[in-house]
Ligand binder design. Structure first.
Ligand SMILES: NC(=O)c1ccc[n+]([C@@H]2O[C@H](COP(=O)([O-])OP(=O)(O)OC[C@H]3O[C@@H](n4cnc5c(N)ncnc54)[C@H](O)[C@@H]3O)[C@@H](O)[C@H]2O)c1
Length: 160
């Protein structure tokens, strides 16, 4: 594990195909969103990245930065609260790379308040972003013969 002057390097990650949602960033484009930063570290470990974002412009900005560092990467636009778009995302990654080793459900949302005082439409939007996005991509990936001899797909999700 190469530290502290470079990124952490895990030899087992080399060549893995990583699908990451929300690979852009809001606000200052020179900052790193969590999905973009995650993609960067996987790329530094020799992984190939397939990313999506609501904003193709923001996704392409991340793509340009990582490609300039030598990372192989593709991006597309997708809204991961829509199950059909999750399906299209998984299928596009499968078409490009032939498999998915690691699924990072990075997209999430955190509004102030709780179930007792939160307007129902805000609650529903949070459920869509935090849960439906995960179930949509997981549903599709589990339908696929993605794993070869392996018994499981590594998947990460973040709910704040
Ligand atoms: N920044 C922090 O300090 C922090 C800490 C802990 C957790 N989180 C959580 O991590 C997640 C990402 O945080 P961030 O700071 O990188 O946010 P960000 O807003 O900078 O980046 C999120 C990206 O996801 C994209 N996105 C949003 N909804 C989408 C959708 N439905 N489909 C596809 N793409 C979508 C946005 O366009 C944006 O490019 C959020 O859930 C956030 O609550 C953030």
């Amino acid at each position: 594990m190469a530290l502290p002057n470079g990124p952490p390097i895990y030899p087992d990650l080399k060549g893995k195909i990583v699908l990451i949602t929300g690979i852009g960033q809001q606000g200052d484009p020179e900052m790193w969103g969590n999905g973009a930063a995650t993609a960067r570290v996987f790329g530094q470990n020799g992984c190939k990245i397939f990313g999506c974002d609501l904003s193709i412009k923001s996704a392409q900005h991340t793509q340009q930065k990582l490609q300039s560092e030598g990372t192989e990467m593709e991006v597309m636009t997708a809204d991961v609260t829509k199950t059909d778009q999750c399906k299209q995302l998984v299928d596009a990654c499968m078409k490009r790379y032939g498999r998915i080793d690691i699924l990072v459900n990075n997209v999430g949302m955190s509004q102030a308040g709780g179930p007792a005082d939160m307007p129902e439409e805000v609650w529903d939007a949070q459920m869509d972003v935090n849960l439906k996005s995960v179930s949509g991509s997981a549903k599709r990936t589990s339908q696929r013969p993605l794993l070869g001899d392996r018994k499981q797909l590594e998947t990460y999700a973040k709910v704040r």
